[in-house]
Design a protein around this ligand. Structure first.
Ligand code: GLU
Length: 450
């Protein structure tokens, strides 16, 4: 059973369901935020009077477009493209593009909605947005990826700009795709407008640490959680789901900090390597030839178990980092984690833990960090990339990583102080939602009726 919503936001939630039928992930993301807002509304009537919450739930602009392209056999293919420009009170719309067959308006809206609060929490001048396509990159050639990305940008270019909307990557979109899109934007507009996209390559306007940032940032966040109780990663056994960009760099940083990651996964199954994941091998398989974790098991030898299907959350651990995709950690998985003595769960992906799973974890005293706080390092480093582009500068790895670490520490502390202030000590969910909300809400009030 879901938690009851505060009376003052019940009608807003009903309206969201009515106006956005069938968009279940969006409903879930909205509900998770609204559940936290009771104490804020009680304290600050101006938010209710100004209908801030109702306005926040309605995107400023939603764009849906046709993306035609030809495959290598010369056949015409058709996909749907999206960009939801959710809120620009704090800065240009900012958020990634996801290329995955599951993408539809409800997914883009949930991600865009989360992005508003996440970006606000970073303390940087970025609004919230998200986009993508139901295009499936799996098995597509490099030439097909290029033709698709170019066609996608042929429509998207008119909606974006360094002061308007700044997309980046997400699932299925990395430096390669950003490159093809940036090239197409440059051709169409005749402008070398570096700040229009982030996640660029290092030789053409990208920032150091952007590739690593989401994974590193999530681990810095957990490191702060551990530090808050006088603990550290030293000797910790960790499970990281996924094996994409976020997972790989989370594993790298955990190993640097003295923890051991014993399991990771992909959509087919998971591997358990009791000696710790060999990251060079995993990187070679994933980045080198876009392989699967099953290939890792085959290459590394008999001590590695590969479990096809099944749940990675059955693997005992002290810390769990879901870094794959939404709703990948359901109630049963949460119960398994609790049973096996896990003490911290932090979301590297966006909304990977279902609402019931979150409740199970919290009731069992597992400390839980929501994605909008724990995975904000990616977008924060995108904002640092925008800063470098605006000043035509390029920072060192050390300087950029230090900035990222400071930002993650500040987000962590902001969550805890806000949770304290609103009577929910130690509650990272309440802290993240309330701190994210108040910064945007205050800007919206200041800017008049927007
Ligand atoms: N897609 C990432 C996220 O979920 C990064 C967005 C960005 O860098 O703009 O936050």
């Amino acid at each position: 059973m879901p938690q009851p919503l505060p009376d003052s936001v019940q009608s807003v939630f009903e309206e969201v369901i009515r106006r956005n039928p069938g968009e279940t992930e969006f409903h879930q993301a909205v509900r998770e935020v609204l559940e936290s807002l009771g104490p804020v509304i009680a304290k600050h009537p101006q938010y209710t009077d100004g209908e801030i919450i109702r306005r926040l739930c309605e995107p400023e602009r939603q764009i849906i477009f046709r993306v035609p392209w030809t495959d290598d056999a010369g056949r015409v293919q058709l996909n749907r493209g999206f960009r939801v420009e959710f809120n620009s009170a704090l800065g240009p719309f900012k958020g990634g593009l996801r290329f995955h067959p599951s993408v539809y308006l409800g997914i883009v809206k949930f991600l865009g909605f989360e992005q508003i609060f996440k970006n606000s929490l970073t303390g940087l001048p970025i609004g919230g947005g998200k986009g993508g396509s139901d295009f499936d990159p799996k098995g597509r050639s490099d030439a097909e990826i290029m033709r698709f990305s170019q066609s996608f940008m042929t429509e998207l270019y008119r909606h974006i700009g360094e002061y308007t909307d700044v997309p980046a990557g997400d699932i299925g979109v990395g430096t390669r795709e950003i490159g093809y899109m940036f090239g197409q934007y440059k051709r169409i507009t005749n402008r070398y407008e570096s700040g229009v996209l982030t996640g660029k390559g290092l030789t053409w306007g990208g920032s150091r640490v952007r590739t690593e940032a989401t994974g590193y940032g999530a681990v810095f966040f957990v490191d702060e959680m551990l530090r808050a109780t006088g603990d550290s990663f030293e000797g910790k056994r960790v499970v990281v789901s996924g094996s994409g960009n976020v997972a790989i760099y989370a594993i790298e940083k955990i190993h640097q900090l003295g923890g051991t990651v014993v399991a990771c996964s992909d959509s087919n199954g998971y591997i358990v390597d009791e000696q710790g994941i060999d990251l060079d091998l995993l990187k070679e398989i994933k980045n080198g030839h876009r392989g699967r974790v099953a290939d890792y098991a085959a290459a590394r030898g008999a001590h590695v178990a590969y479990v096809e299907g099944g749940s990675i959350w059955d693997v005992p651990c002290d810390v769990a980092l879901p870094c794959a995709t939404q709703n990948e950690l359901p109630e049963d998985a949460a119960r398994a984690l609790v049973r096996n003595g896990c003490t911290i769960v932090a979301e590297g992906a966006n909304m990977p833990t279902t609402p019931t799973a979150i409740r199970v974890l919290r009731e069992a005293g597992v400390r839980f960090a929501p994605g909008k706080a724990a995975n904000a390092g990616g977008v924060a480093t995108s904002a640092l990339e925008m800063q470098q582009n605006a000043s035509r500068d390029s920072w060192s790895f050390e300087h950029t990583e230090e900035r990222l670490q400071t930002i993650m520490r500040q987000i962590h502390d902001r969550c805890l102080t806000t949770a304290d202030e609103y009577g929910a000590p130690g509650d990272y969910v309440a802290g993240a939602n309330i701190a994210g909300f108040t910064r945007v809400a205050d800007a919206m009030l200041a800017l008049g009726l927007i």
